[in-house]
Design a protein around this ligand. Structure first.
Ligand code: GTP
Ligand code: ZN
Length: 208
């Protein structure tokens, strides 16, 4: 019986995660595909470098938002107003063309007793950005992850980003930026809270 279950659940060859050397071979194939020679001196170490770089650029697949958002704290002297971390820079890659999305995330929430370490907000952005993405998905994933783990009165996420697939190729519109937002709780139901979030993102530029 065990053997049958094992056979049925055994991953097929296609499901298996490729090895490092298989990934490097795929890079060599792409190098040949674009018309270059993977055997020339300058490209000899490139497949290994690309695979290593991919480990960093797509580290979000290994990262867990549960680990990042697992620790919250309460001792904030009764503070219960908006907490906003704005201008969080990120690099992602679009899932359609695998080229960069370069953007900034503004993430706010209205605490309900508990708060997050501020760095954990930026780390949450990293977890989702370092995967193949659409801008809409990153925006929604950040908002819903914070909502689920912290259970605040509301979460607001605004993302502004430039898509290199629209700048370097295709329609070639360098400088066109895309804005996406997700609001939960009070930010969704109360226009005043949403407006306050937007004015904090845009408005308060304290003199240096
Ligand atoms: N909604 C959304 N679309 C995206 C995002 N990133 C890239 N795209 C779009 O995905 C679409 C893919 O369209 P296709 O027609 O299948 O691909 P394509 O022929 O390469 O399209 P062009 O970019 O218009 O040349 C394009 O319109 C891209 O601009 C994103 O984050 N969100
Ligand atoms: Zn794209």
């Amino acid at each position: 019986m065990d053997a049958i279950v094992k056979t049925l659940t055994r991953k097929t060859d296609e499901d298996r995660r490729p090895t490092v050397s298989e990934a490097e071979e795929a890079v060599r194939t792409l190098l040949r595909f674009i018309g270059d020679d993977p055997e020339r001196e300058g490209l000899l170490d490139t497949p290994a470098r690309v695979v290593k770089a991919y480990g960093e650029l797509f580290s979000g697949y290994e990262a867990s938002v549960e680990d990042v958002l697992g620790r919250t704290f309460e001792e904030v002297a009764g503070y219960d107003d908006i907490v906003l971390v704005r201008d969080i820079p990120f690099f992602s890659h679009c899932e359609h063309h695998m080229v960069p999305i370069i953007g900034k995330a503004h993430v706010g929430y209205l605490p309900d007793g508990r708060v997050l370490g501020l760095s954990k907000i930026a780390r949450t952005v990293e977890v989702f950005a370092r995967r193949l993405q659409t801008q809409e998905s990153i925006t929604a994933q950040i908002a819903h992850a914070i909502d689920a783990h912290l259970k605040p009165k509301g979460v607001a996420v605004l993302i502004e980003a430039d898509h290199m697939c629209m700048a370097m190729r295709g329609v070639q519109k360098l400088g066109a930026s895309t804005l996406t937002s997700t609001f939960t709780g009070a930010f969704k139901t109360e226009p005043r809270e949403q407006a306050r979030f937007m004015s904090m993102v845009r408005g308060f530029n304290y003199p240096a």
